[in-house]
Design a protein around this ligand. Structure first.
Ligand code: 13P
Length: 284
């Protein structure tokens, strides 16, 4: 299959109370693991790629690997820019073949965030590409962007509804208490806010910072209306732990595939477990 936008898959998820997994990919092994798990589970899936990964791999490698993974998959696969920071980056990704983009204007004052997001929606929709917008700032570190706990802001329900009405983004990420990266203390996830906002806008909501959140909280967030859940850190940890274990057992390695293969298998099982938790299995 070719790469698809995220709008249809997420409206179905919102309507039927499950969530589609967004899994960040940073190389070929991540893309293979994520798409193989999704195919075997018959789940639509989103490959998330941040700007640091675009710099690390090169945008042509990113798109080619995602297209190849999608072509081999029996399920819808989207290639989605995660936390796009500016209009030129968005335009570059759309030109290169991304099927979906996130514009994260949350570090700007509200009016500027609205204006930037409106501009992105116009460009992306003309190219058939879906758009995720963000309101409020999510604490933690995602790739090379860090937001301190004290600077994280949770918007009100009214602010979120008004942001969506003005921008008409296809999908909305609202800070609700989760954070990127590993948690030091248990997060207070405001599922009540997810429910209030979800009932008042005709767009699916996104939960960022899906790693390390208790299973029952994830289920509550999905019942409240979270239709896309982003996971990165848990896959990174699974990859690092399994490759480290191979390297510890076999200190002399002459073939990198000895540990890459194990790392890929570990990501695949982590993704499979998330897909089942999110209820997106057997949807295709
Ligand atoms: P985690 O790294 O906490 O799973 O968050 C991922 C994310 O939200 C990507 O946008």
């Amino acid at each position: 299959m070719s790469l698809v936008p995220i709008t249809d898959m997420l409206h179905d998820a919102k309507k039927n109370r499950y969530a589609v997994g967004h899994f960040n990919m940073i190389n070929m092994e991540f893309a293979q693991a994520i798409c193989e798990a999704a195919s075997e589970e018959r789940a639509p899936v989103i490959l998330g790629v941040g700007e640091a990964t675009i710099q690390y791999m090169g945008i042509d490698y990113v798109v080619s690997i995602a297209e190849c993974a999608a072509k081999r998959s029996r399920v819808p696969v989207a290639l989605h820019l995660d936390h796009g920071s500016s209009f030129p980056v968005i335009a570059q990704c759309i030109r290169a073949g991304f099927s979906s983009v996130m514009i994260d204007g949350s570090h700007h004052p509200l009016e500027q965030n609205v204006a930037l997001t409106q501009k992105v929606v116009e460009l992306a929709h003309a190219a058939g590409v879906s758009v995720e917008g963000e309101l409020g700032s999510i604490a933690g570190t995602e790739e090379d962007v860090t937001v301190e706990e004290k600077d994280a802001q949770l918007p009100t329900v009214e602010e979120a509804v008004s942001f969506w009405e003005q921008t008409k983004v296809d999908v909305l990420a609202v800070a609700v208490g989760t954070a990127h990266g590993l948690y030091q203390a248990e997060p207070n996830v405001r599922c009540d806010r997810i429910a209030d906002i979800s009932s008042r806008i005709n767009a699916p909501l996104v939960l960022h910072g899906g790693s390390g959140v208790k299973e029952e909280v994830i289920q509550q967030a999905i019942s409240a209306g979270a239709a896309k859940i982003n996971v990165n850190t848990e896959n990174q940890v699974a990859f690092a732990e399994s490759t480290r274990s191979v390297l510890n057992q076999k200190p002399v390695i002459a073939d990198a595939r000895d540990f890459l293969r194990e790392g890929r298998a570990a990501i695949k099982e982590t993704v499979r477990a998330k897909i089942r938790l999110f209820g997106s299995n057997n949807r295709v």
